[in-house]
Design a protein around this ligand. Structure first.
Ligand code: DX5
Ligand code: ZN
Length: 215
């Protein structure tokens, strides 16, 4: 299993210290939750903070944009050196155009679905993206409870990927812990995002190792 700790649950007063242990951990990538107060009912952090984090982080950046009109920020996300630029399906009209623009900018395009957005809507874009993120909570806040219906969506997405020959990875975000992580691994997830479960743990590095051992 690949693991993407979410910075949202980190100690923002000690970002350098957080990134020091993170760089030495076995985490696969850093998940960055950008919220605009419009697409979601919360505001997190923007480019001034992201630039600082990007400078400190030695692992690939997975930038999850919970914002309207994410296409306006392709150049700024690229300038961070982001690996995945992750846009919400619900925030964009011309998915194909935006996905191509992200790829042309040199990043890996990813699309996120809210809990109530069905997997079948991805059929005509699944072969153009490198990752699909299924939200297992309603986006906007860390520390929420996992929505069990997500497991069915993971199985549906796995079947769609197999049927179409897509190379997309399946990432899950929200309410991930050992128990839900185990269920998600069984359903076919490739990458687990974990915020409070990792950053709130007594030993975050060991918690990452435990999640990575799921298969
Ligand atoms: C929620 C964010 C998540 C959040 C997950 O809108 O997209 O990435 O940080 O937090 P936990 O793991 O605490 O549910
Ligand atoms: Zn996220």
């Amino acid at each position: 299993m690949l693991v993407a700790p979410s910075l949202l649950a980190a100690d923002f007063g000690n970002l350098e210290r957080e990134m020091q242990w993170f760089n030495q951990s076995r985490a696969d990538q850093l998940h960055l939750d950008v919220m605009d107060g419009v697409f979601v009912p919360n505001i997190s952090f923007g480019f001034p903070v992201l630039k600082h984090v990007a400078r400190l982080c030695q692992k690939p950046l997975d930038v999850h944009l919970m914002i309207v009109e994410p296409q306006k920020f392709i150049a700024q996300v690229r300038d961070l050196g982001a690996y995945y630029m992750n846009i919400h399906f619900e925030a964009v009209t011309h998915h194909h155009r935006v996905v191509q623009q992200i790829r042309e900018a040199g990043m890996h395009p990813a699309i996120t679905l809210c809990p109530s957005t069905p997997v079948c809507l991805l059929r005509d874009i699944i072969c153009d993206v490198d990752m699909v993120l299924l939200m297992s909570v309603n986006p906007g806040f860390g520390g929420q409870k996992f929505i069990p219906h997500t497991l069915k969506k993971v199985r549906e997405l796995r079947a769609l990927i197999q049927e179409t020959g897509s190379q997309a990875q399946i990432e899950i975000d929200g309410g991930v812990n050992m128990e839900t992580g185990r269920q998600l691994a069984e359903a076919g997830a490739d990458i687990l995002v974990a915020g409070s479960f990792v950053f709130g743990a007594q030993n975050p590095s060991q918690t990452i190792d435990a999640l990575k051992a799921l298969s």
